[in-house]
Design a protein around this ligand. Sequence first.
Ligand code: GUN
Length: 289
Amino acid sequence: MVQLLDGKAMALQIKDEIANEVRNLTAQGHRAPHLAAVIVGEDGASKTYVANKEKASHEVGFTSSVYRMPESTTEEQLLETIAFLNNDPDIDGFIVQLPLPKHINEQNIINAISPDKDVDGFTPINIGRMVLGEECFVPATPMGICTLLKRYNIETAGKHCVVLGRSNIVGTPAANLLSRKGFDCTVTMCHSKTKNLKELCLQADILVVAIGKAEFVTADMVKDGAVLVDVGIHRVEDATKKNGYRVIGDVKHSEVDAKCSWVTPVPGGVGPLTIVSLLENTLKAYKRR
Ligand code: GUN
């Protein structure tokens, strides 16, 4: 029988833990942690993500601010905003929501973020520290995946973990973290040039799918009893829904789930843990200061 890695329930529990800690801090006369977000342009999904991050911040007692900048913002203007956020003592951590408009060099922007306020864990300093196993901010989505596996006591040591996707935000850090001490998986990372993708997936005890293609993973690619983590988030039109769409993942759950021992649902799996991980990083940034 397949069991759910219930990210929604776990996120509620962890938010409760964070809220308690914030209550204790403010009861002692300390100010609340502050998370800021920068959003450039009008991307609908990005607006939703930032709104969800702001809502979650308030739920745990953080203060927050959102810097909304137009699509026409130049790289120089965005760098000025980042310099301001780096230097504002009232801001513990901030994120720049990706993707950015095409005319802005994303890496130049990330490189300008102070590593001490980089609660997304995207700067070279934090990525480097993560790879070395040093104290750092870990990117929120892979951190969420790790939290799910740890708190559900999923056995990982010596298991073959196949990661589909090599993005800087998910695949690359997830593959690194799961191979390191504490998880001790044998990791295979697959991407668009991988040959025998299906054969490799079939060898996976733990399959982490972050390939960005709706319902890409089908039942013929998954071993019986596998642990399946679906990072995908895609909106598809659905006239039966009030908002006109529903959310699906990178895995065809209708046929794959029955083969698995554990599976993250979409929605309600990795997504809620991603936001909670950002809150955890922000609390850590606050405590460091
Ligand atoms: N775009 C998609 N995921 C993320 C994320 O975790 N952080 C930021 N800043 N942008 C994103």
